[in-house]
Design a protein around this ligand. Sequence first.
Ligand SMILES: [Zn+2]
Length: 202
Amino acid sequence: MISKLIDGNRRFVSDVFDRERDYFAELAKHQRPTVLWIGCSDSRVPVNTITQTKPGEIFVHRNVANIVATNDWNLSAVLEFSINHLKIPDIVICGHYGCGGIAALDETNDDDRYIPIWLNNAYKARERVDEKLTGLHFQITDEQRSNLIVEENVRLQLEHLLDYPFVKTAMRLGKLAVHGWVYDMSSGDIRVVQRNEIACRD
Ligand SMILES: [Zn+2]
């Protein structure tokens, strides 16, 4: 498997890099990405492939269940750098149906030390969906419920973005827009679940 990656890199150099030398030479000097992508680490959601974008176009942060948490120094530094330094005008939080992190919200595994702590930032999405469902007079399937939690989690994480004062300020000044998307692995489609109207409420 590992040799497959090195072989792939050799093909990349000969088939892509060498043919677009000028593009990559320019990129080597500086980057000007226009989107910050916050997505799930899941191997089936590779951002450049599903959006058909090139190196240099998207600044990427991925973690389990595309979570935004202000006590996560990793994402916090990514946000600070991309908004205050790179001046990126758009942030996408992209979840995906069939997310293992979201499924884990319903599971208890005593052997896991870190996953439950990490998911503390997402349980609210499950609670909100289950609350809504108790008011309904019809049954939905487990898959439908899971899909709703995936979508709600994207909305919840967009809310968490606003806990960063510099994000809120950039949005207020009209310099930053945020977008909530979900990727459907069964069709390849991206669905918009939340547009920029997520208000900068005080
Ligand atoms: Zn996932």
